[in-house]
Design a protein around this ligand. Structure first.
Ligand code: IPE
Ligand code: IPE
Ligand code: MG
Length: 251
């Protein structure tokens, strides 16, 4: 355990990062796959395929330097509106990604978790997802959360319904509802809030990602399209994060 810790500390230091001031939880809106493909006169799906390669780079880099939790926005509740062709290509890619990355996760002691409306995913994808989550459940080196059919508003609506049912049945007194209780009804119940939120592709918006959880996250936007996002740019952003002063409303 301690040798493991010093290994990540050494990797962070060699990347000119202070291991003591790393963001515990990094969340990323991986955007720009379609535009990357369009620039090259390729089908959007090629952009998603290239984007999956970037995912591997960023997952392994995060693990190497000692990030505890990485959450990746892979598919939003709104993304179901895309063409059947694109949606099924994304689902197939997700399944292939889970299969190919399982050994990488085992080797790197990474635990996989999913947040979102998992029940809406096709059966075959859900089966592979459950299998990889079960296989990696004991891993402790890093937690990888994939946001799949995830929407912040849907998550908040689901939480509200669950709490309302409890109050309606008399099991819960409305005056005892606290922020911690609300957080415990979200998909992220056992995950600390993100410290750093990165969005690629130049769009300056949140697009329904982790609305409750990013209350005090540091935001970082880059115009790089996700398939072009690199380990070096990621490390640069982490260095920039370490220069920020977080005040949480205090003077
Ligand atoms: C992000 O890339 C991947 C998903 C939303 C699934 P996009 O597919 O949104 O790419 P752009 O924004 O059209 O370039
Ligand atoms: C956000 O990107 C969702 C994911 C990255 C999975 P979108 O491309 O769907 O967001 P908008 O449409 O630009 O807001
Ligand atoms: Mg997009």
């Amino acid at each position: 355990m301690s040798s493991e810790l010093s290994k990540t500390d050494a990797a962070a230091q060699s990347a000119r990062l202070d291991p003591a001031r790393l963001p515990g939880h990094v969340a990323i809106i991986m955007d720009g796959n379609g535009r990357w493909a369009k620039q090259r006169l390729l089908n959007r799906v090629r952009g998603h395929e290239k984007g999956a390669e970037t995912v591997r780079t960023i997952v392994t880099t995060s693990r190497e330097i000692g990030i505890s939790t990485l959450t990746l926005y892979a598919f939003s509740t709104e993304n179901w509106q895309r063409s059947t062709l694109e949606v099924s290509a994304l689902m197939l890619l997700l399944k292939k990604f889970l299969e190919s990355e399982k050994p990488v996760m085992m080797e790197n002691d990474i635990r996989l978790n999913a947040i979102g409306q998992i029940e809406r995913l096709p059966d075959d994808v859900r089966n592979v997802l459950s299998a990889v989550m079960a296989a990696t459940a004991g891993n402790q080196g890093m937690r990888l959360n994939l946001a799949l059919s995830y929407g912040g508003r849907a998550e908040i609506t689901r939480m509200t319904r669950a709490i309302a049912e409890k109050t309606a049945s008399g099991a819960l007194d409305p005056s005892s509802i606290t922020e911690d209780m609300i957080a415990s009804y979200l998909y992220t119940r056992d995950i600390p809030d993100p410290d750093l939120l990165i969005r690629t592709s130049g769009e300056m918006r949140i697009s329904n990602f982790l609305l409750w959880q990013i209350a005090y996250a540091e935001l970082y936007f880059t115009s790089t399209l996700w398939p072009d996002f690199s380990r070096e740019e990621y490390l640069n952003i982490l260095r920039a994060y370490q220069q920020r002063e977080r005040r949480f409303g205090a003077a």
